[in-house]
Design a binder for this molecule. Structure first.
Ligand code: NAD
Length: 320
């Protein structure tokens, strides 16, 4: 298996184009799942404080290092700053590092462009979206330029090799590019054939910022989680265009969705707890798709977003 990489700016670090998504994995199963993923060849792990399993992700990585499968330098570890830590970045990152059992992360992302009222670690961790005892989110008066300055300090202190953002729109990024000392290296956003955001992706890449897609399988993980909106949409795996292309190349529909992303130079972080599917997904690296097939998938765009705080019921219209 040849791993392909994106070169990050300004560090020059190489980030695997395909990685493993660490969200929504049963906590107790997580160490073995991560270990298995390393064994089959994954070298990037996309985690975050609010995934509730950073300790177990760290355990899996450290088990693999102990068994000689990889060295720390050969794995690219991503963590994400949760919204309640926008004014306390060092505290948030240090907690993630302690949980992971690592000295540094390769990438630290601001998970969402919205600051929520701080929740002390002793009170509740991970804090989730709402303050203890509240049923709606409480925004905090922490402007993004202050959070970003604290993120930059994490690079200067060697706790994060690269910093970036997730779920940011173009306005937020344009503003950030006007004040940052260290530009964001990576944007991670929801991208799949039903939500392509082509103009945005190309513009971001033109700024020298790498792009990673999350939820490459569109409605799949959200339908599995019971989201009504996602359950009402045709699965990407059953979409006739995707199925025909999969048949043409004798590939799985999941590989077609991933390959389409890689053809745009957009990284992916698919999640599966099955070793067979882990291998299938990683194998999206080893083939090419004809331009006519890319064009056919480009026609599937419906602007359909599944990971929106508004859908979860939070009064946070971040994508408007
Ligand atoms: P995903 O799009 O990777 O889909 C996962 C679902 O697809 C699961 O139900 C799995 O069983 C199924 N699946 C996996 N491989 C398959 C295959 N080969 N064939 C058929 N079914 C298959 O899931 P996701 O969790 O939405 O996204 C992946 C990762 O993206 C997350 O784990 C997380 O790391 C990241 N993410 C980030 C954000 C963010 O806000 N930054 C939000 C969501 C997800």
């Amino acid at each position: 298996m040849t791993i392909e990489y994106l070169t990050l700016q300004p560090s020059g670090d190489k980030m695997p184009l395909i990685g493993f998504g660490c969200a929504k994995i049963d906590i107790d199963a997580t160490p073995q799942v991560i270990y298995n993923a390393i064994k089959v060849g994954y070298r990037l792990f996309d985690g975050g404080a609010n995934y509730y399993n950073e300790k177990q992700v760290g355990e899996g990585i450290r088990m693999a290092i102990k068994d000689g499968l990889v060295t720390r330098k050969e794995v690219f570890v991503i963590s994400k700053l949760w919204c309640t830590f926008h004014g306390n970045v060092r505290e948030g990152l240090q907690k993630s590092l302690d949980d992971l059992g690592l000295d540094y992360v390769d990438m630290y992302l601001i998970h969402f462009p919205t600051a929520l009222e701080h929740v002390p670690i002793e009170t509740k961790y991970p804090p989730g979206w709402t303050q203890p005892g509240k049923t709606q989110v409480t925004r905090a008066r922490v402007p993004m330029h202050e959070t970003w300055a604290q993120m930059e300090a994490m690079v200067e202190e060697g706790l994060a090799r690269n910093i970036g953002v997730s779920n940011f729109n173009a306005q937020m990024l344009m503003d950030m590019l006007a004040y940052c000392k260290i530009p964001p290296s990576l944007l991670q956003v929801e991208l799949h054939p039903y939500l392509q955001q082509d103009t945005y992706v190309k513009w971001v890449q033109k700024q020298g910022i790498a792009v990673t897609a999350y939820s490459s399988f569109g409605p799949a993980s959200f339908a599995a989680g019971g989201q009504k909106h996602a359950k009402s949409v045709e699965s990407l795996f059953d979409n006739p265009v995707i199925k025909d292309i999969a048949a043409k190349y004798k590939r799985a529909p999941a590989q077609v969705a991933l390959r389409w992303s890689l053809e745009r130079n957009v990284g992916v972080v698919p999640k599966s707890t099955s070793v067979e599917r882990m291998k299938t997904n990683l194998d999206a690296l080893n083939w090419k798709m004809d331009d006519e097939d890319i064009q056919a998938i480009n026609q599937l765009d419906m602007g359909l977003r599944f990971n929106d705080p508004l859908i979860k019921g939070w009064d946070l219209p971040i994508f408007l």
